[in-house]
Design a protein around this ligand. Structure first.
Ligand code: DQA
Length: 142
């Protein structure tokens, strides 16, 4: 079982950045725990602040992994390129958000990538990532 977890801009600062919204734990520390908890899953973890690097990452993993967990950060609300990248590969993706984007500013209610994903998980804090991993394991287990 192979799962890629791809994180977009400013998610490297979770733990420091707006802790009242994103919590006080770093994403790095959380994902290390997640990887340990799922010893039978091969994870590929990537974070980039650059849209093109996220497109490259989706293209690179998107024909081999069982699922992509994608928190595109602010690019969620702007990026046709990420939506096209997700539609260009064969691995299904889940759009993930730490915060409940629908309870926040109106510009966060719109996602360019949701329709290119199998599902969306938002608002469960960092646990949103684990829920996405669980969903992929469920659909990828015969
Ligand atoms: C986010 C929500 C986005 O609106 C925001 O731009 C982020 C983080 C989240 O995980 O809650 O950077 O994707």
């Amino acid at each position: 079982m192979k799962i890629a977890i791809i994180n977009g801009p400013n998610l490297n600062l979770v733990g420091v950045r707006e802790p009242e919204v994103y919590g006080g734990q770093s994403l790095d520390a959380y994902l290390q725990e997640l990887v340990k908890a799922y010893g039978n899953v091969e994870f590929e973890l990537l974070q980039s602040n650059h849209e093109g690097e996220l497109v490259d990452a989706i293209q690179r993993v998107g024909f081999s992994v069982d699922g992509i967990v994608l928190n595109a950060g602010a690019y969620t609300h702007t990026s046709v390129a990420l939506a096209d990248a997700l539609r260009s590969v064969t691995s299904p993706a889940i759009e993930v958000h730490i915060s409940n984007v629908h309870a926040r500013e109106e510009f966060r209610h719109r996602s360019f990538i949701a329709a290119a994903c199998r599902g969306v998980i938002a608002g469960f804090g960092l646990d949103s990532y684990r829920l996405a991993v669980e969903a992929i394991i469920k659909w990828a287990t015969p």
